[in-house]
Ligand binder design. Structure first.
Ligand code: NDP
Length: 453
């Protein structure tokens, strides 16, 4: 459709990626509107990363009180779950307000309502049709649950963040990021927690030492992990809800949470009508410029179902704005993206796993350095928690290809280390860096012995 258009850019979805891309486009003088059918801020800010981390902070005072006792303090405490949820809600409401003012401050028009594409340059929203030179799809994803009898008795992370009553017995199905993070929250807050996974180990895709180390730590806290478990159905009984496994065994809880992955929000967006393709996973394939199969229609973040992390969506949104409105063609580089799992203890990771390195360089072409130790803090606190740190090195070049850590502050430490990995630094660069003592992070520059497998 030839111009003129109502807008230069029309973004669908006001989550982190959509908001970042829209603001950046507006900063270059583009006329931008953004549509949202729920609340401004999206998953990360309102029912994902941020509220989850606030609950983690809240629940983990239990560990800190336990540690304090080892150091001579007399502390007793009880968590008022309702107060924690209310405080979390106040903070997410505040953040929603900030997001709204960021948009209006940038001159982006926010439209509340569900938007559908009705032509290559046309969108229907809030009862009217508007035109735009470019359309940006940033609709994110939602929790996905298998279609088994009784699944309606389970909750997802969406509801878990807003539970009014604290569940004393929790069952979590799935063993990914969300499952282990919520297991840590519920356990620290005092619930009994059982995780059911269909495979053999939690955190598929992570380095095996990370998976094994975290498993051991979760077990020490009393979290039960049932491997090879296939849930056949869920039943509501007088005393709670129960899952029945395919082998007939049943387990009861006050709350059954499914954390079995997320699926892209592509339904009822009008994609088929204009020819925007989706793939088998429901994600929208894009080229290096984030362009879909229809020129002028772009997609970023979880709806593309590639690397489903907030900072990636933000970077992709900004890249689109640079390309379209600042004559600065920018392609997102998805290599060496650091990430964290906010389990107890947390995981931080960047680059490839040992398994991937062996597949790429062979066992002889891969050097591994690993340390496990009891952090100094726990020599007195009495807490039985160990830290694991690991470097995966390509032996022919000496380049550090992967760094993995399970332990206190791992996400904070790995954020810094990720700069070294992205910069392509070698093990010898780590070796000639002076340690900061006494820290846990210093292990990364002190590891000398190659692991013999
Ligand atoms: P994940 O994809 O991480 O894990 C899904 C888990 O569910 C796996 O253990 C998988 O098992 C299992 N599973 C999948 N389908 C079934 C099924 N039908 N029956 C039983 N088990 C099943 O998903 P999450 O929901 O934990 O998280 C979604 C995404 O959100 C993550 O991939 C991540 O990108 C993002 N996220 C990031 C966070 C962070 O950065 N800290 C925090 C939270 C989410 P199997 O291993 O056998 O396939």
């Amino acid at each position: 459709m030839p111009g003129p258009y109502d807008y230069d850019l029309f973004t669908i979805g006001a989550g982190s990626g959509g908001v970042a891309g829209s603001r950046r486009a507006a900063s270059y003088g583009a006329k931008v509107a953004i549509a949202e059918d729920w609340r401004i801020g999206g998953t990360c800010v309102l029912r994902g990363c941020v509220p989850k981390k606030l609950l983690i902070y809240g629940a983990h005072f239990a560990h800190e009180m336990e540690d304090a006792r080892g150091y001579g303090w007399t502390v007793e405490g009880r968590l008022d779950w309702g107060k924690l949820i209310a405080a979390k809600n106040r903070e997410t409401d505040r953040l929603e307000g900030i997001y709204k003012s960021l948009l209006s401050g940038a001159g982006v028009e926010a439209i509340l309502g569900r938007a559908r594409i009705v032509g290559p340059n046309a969108v229907e929203v809030a009862g009217r049709t508007v035109t735009a030179k470019y359309i940006l799809l940033a609709t994110g994803g939602r929790p996905e649950r298998p279609d088994i009898p009784g699944i309606e008795h389970s909750i997802t992370s969406n509801e878990a963040l807003d539970l009014v009553e604290f569940p004393r017995r929790v069952i979590i199905v799935g063993g990914g990021y969300i499952a282990v993070e919520f297991a840590g929250i519920f356990r620290a807050a005092g619930a009994s927690v059982q995780i059911f996974i269909r495979g053999e180990k939690i955190l598929r895709g992570f380095d095996d030492d990370v998976r094994d180390h975290l498993t051991a730590e979760l077990l020490k806290q009393g979290i039960e992990i049932h491997a090879g478990a296939n849930v056949a159905r869920i039943e509501r009984v007088k005393t709670g809800d129960r899952i029945v496994l395919s082998d007939g065994r049943a387990h009861e809880a006050d709350c059954i949470m499914y954390a079995t992955g997320r699926t892209p929000n592509t339904h009822d967006l009008g994609l088929e009508a204009v020819g925007v393709h989706t793939d088998k996973s429901g994600g929208i394939p894009v080229d290096e410029w984030q362009c879909t199969t229809v020129p002028g229609i772009y997609a970023i973040g979880d709806v593309t179902n590639r690397v489903n992390l907030t900072p990636v969506a933000i970077a992709e949104g900004r890249a689109v704005a640079e390309t379209l409105f600042n004559s600065n063609p920018t392609a997102m580089d998805h290599s060496d993206i650091p990430s964290a799992v906010f389990s107890q203890p947390p995981v931080g990771t960047v680059g490839i796993s040992e398994g991937d390195a062996v597949r790429l360089y062979g066992a002889d072409g891969t050097d591994v350095y690993k340390a496990t130790f009891r952090p100094m803090k726990h020599t007195i606190s009495g807490r039985d928690e160990r830290t694991m740190m690991k470097l995966v090195v390509e032996s022919s070049t000496g380049r550090v290809r992967g760094v993995h850590m399970v332990g206190a502050d791992a996400p904070e430490i790995i954020q810094g280390i990720a700069i070294a990995v992205r910069a392509g630094l070698a093990k010898r660069d780590f070796d000639r860096t002076v340690a900061i003592h006494p820290t846990a992070a210093e292990e990364f520059v002190l590891m000398r012995e190659k692991l013999k497998r």
